[in-house]
Design a binder for this molecule. Structure first.
Ligand SMILES: Cc1cc2nc3c(=O)[nH]c(=O)nc-3n(C[C@H](O)[C@H](O)[C@H](O)COP(=O)(O)OP(=O)(O)OC[C@H]3O[C@@H](n4cnc5c(N)ncnc54)[C@H](O)[C@@H]3O)c2cc1C
Length: 503
């Protein structure tokens, strides 16, 4: 049977649609299906990071989504006696990635804009109301059985498959991958309210984590009049009753009455921490919620899915287009799960630690927590940028020497003309050197960028190099740093390690 598609993607949620856009832009022939016939109209994700906006920039939607985004207000954590114990903010300007570091957004219209982008790619076929029902693999590719809403069935061949079919992923089951439980399981109610002027006047001006043993809960200031509450449920409380309008208004009574706004949605969820035991089974990769789920305390679920597909897309494109072959191709593809698996586990560990601060139900322990957090900052709560919580890549396609900058997300400077680095230099491999080093000659497959006043107007790269004690960084297509060099003498082994790992 012919192999008409390079990649078949199952699921057109945030992970699937970004995968389709990235692979389509790279020139691959892509098929993407979703069993639903339209975007999910209920927002789930509400916060995103600058790293995701940089991916949106890459796929050409960052300006279009701006009207649905606002800067994320600080999140203030209040302890047992209502005192401030922690304050999560965002990194200060000049913004390292060229975008607001933390935003809140409205998910349905942003997803529609992402889909509209994919619709403009003639090499991407989108099949809505089409469910993947089975999958078989052989040496040359995979065959997916697709069932349309009218019952018609079709066999689709692709060289590679990405399962972006969400937390209950059927494809994950088809390839026999289990989820590992990272030990978090709590019932919460999530409520979205469109609040009127009268209601807004009653509410805090920042987002809040109420770290109260009686009932831990979260208030997020969303875009416009959108406010989200995440409210923990107590043992013995009925999640279904809590999710009725009456049950929900009762839980919101501390802040609002029904005259203060309109319920957009209220759903009870179990907040989980789960990760796939393997991220690849032959020709099939898992991405997004199909590969991991984490409690939403840092707003990272969708961000992690976009990180997954941003990590995978350039590797798959390199293999399909023959830039990586044989063992090097397999190593490159395996590095996806190695890198993302370790990153997800570490970030989930950190999110659980944040959750443990928020969710302490024992009053004595909660008071001890408050005292400890205040003692740690000398009694004056300092701002912690949310971005500081994110781990680096520790393993995978990286230079052998673990320097300070290796595995971190490289900044995106603005040039003197205001243009961002990726607009000017694209998304391939880049060697960025500061003017202290003689710039090496351009090598095939590697752009050389000198970070001077012309390309780094605000000194974002200069500051990064200084903090990381280096004068050059070799940056991957997904903007993670392969390795750094502190001198001209260290450049040669860095480039040799790059060549050895990729070719
Ligand atoms: C209450 C809550 C708050 C959250 N807050 C945040 C936040 O602030 N920030 C953040 O980054 N994340 C947040 N998240 C997480 C975020 O919403 C998810 O991580 C994200 O939506 C997952 O995207 P996905 O594309 O992997 O999966 P999904 O969005 O679940 O999409 C999967 C798609 O696959 C389709 N599908 C399923 N099975 C099949 C099949 N067999 N065939 C074809 N199609 C199929 C489905 O129809 C669906 O469209 C939150 C989640 C919740 C529940």
């Amino acid at each position: 049977m012919a192999t008409p598609y390079d990649v078949a993607i199952v699921g057109l949620g945030p992970a699937g649609v970004v995968a389709a856009a990235l692979l389509g832009q790279a020139g691959l022939k892509v098929h993407v299906c979703d069993r639903m016939d339209a975007v999910h109209e209920i927002p789930r994700a509400i916060a995103l990071d600058h790293e995701i906006l940089r991916v949106f920039q890459q796929i050409g939607v960052v300006d279009a989504v701006a009207e649905h985004c606002e800067p994320f207000t600080p999140s203030e954590y209040f302890g047992v006696d209502g005192q401030l114990i922690r304050r999560m903010t965002m990194v200060a300007p000049p913004y390292p990635q060229g975008h607001t570091p933390s935003i809140v957004f409205t998910q349905p219209p942003v997803e529609r804009l992402l889909r509209a982008r994919v619709a403009r790619l003639s090499n991407v076929t989108v099949a809505l109301a089409t469910e993947a029902t089975s999958l078989a693999q052989d040496a040359d590719g995979a065959t997916l059985m697709l069932r349309r809403a009218n019952g018609d069935e079709e066999a689709l061949r692709a060289r590679w498959v990405i399962a972006c079919d969400g937390g209950a992923s059927a494809v994950r089951g088809m390839v026999g991958i289990e989820l590992e439980d990272l030990d978090f399981d709590e019932p919460w109610l999530v409520v979205d309210v469109m609040v009127n002027e009268r209601g807004l006047a009653k509410l805090p001006r920042t987002s809040v984590q109420y770290c109260e043993p009686e009932r831990p809960c979260t208030l997020v200031i969303g875009p416009g009049n959108h406010r989200r509450w995440e409210i923990s449920l107590k043992a013995g409380e009925d999640p279904q009753q809590a999710a009725t309008p009456e049950g929900t208004w009762k839980l919101l009574a501390r802040w609002l009455t029904p005259e203060d706004g309109t319920l957009w949605r209220q759903s009870s969820y179990r907040f989980h921490a789960l990760v796939a035991q393997r991220w690849r089974a032959g020709r099939v990769f898992l991405a997004g919620d199909a590969a991991h789920m984490q409690p939403p305390f840092l707003g990272q679920g969708m961000c992690q899915g976009v990180r997954d597909v941003s990590n995978l897309a350039w590797k798959l494109a390199a293999v399909v287009q023959g830039h990586a072959q044989g063992d090097a191709a397999q190593r490159l593809l395996d590095s996806y799960g190695d890198e993302r698996g370790a990153h997800v586990r570490e970030l989930t560990r950190r999110i659980k630690a944040i959750g443990a601060v928020i969710c302490e139900r024992d009053v004595a322990k909660a008071r001890a927590r408050d005292a400890q957090l205040l003692a740690e900052c000398g009694g004056v709560v300092k701002d912690t940028p949310r971005q500081d919580v994110l781990p680096r890549l520790e393993t995978g396609l990286l230079a052998p020497e673990a320097t300070s900058g290796r595995g971190t997300l490289f900044p995106q400077p603005r040039g003197a003309d205001g243009a961002l680095m990726d607009e000017r230099h694209g998304h391939g491999w880049r060697l960025v050197v500061d003017p202290a080093l003689p710039a090496p000659a351009a090598t095939a497959g590697l752009a050389v960028i000198v970070a001077d006043a012309r390309t780094d107007r605000d000194g974002v790269v200069a500051g990064w190099m200084q903090r990381n004690g280096c004068h050059a960084a070799l940056v991957r297509p997904d903007h993670y740093v392969f390795g750094t060099a502190a001198s001209a003498g260290e450049l040669e082994p860095l480039l040799a390690a790059w060549t050895a790992q990729l070719h």
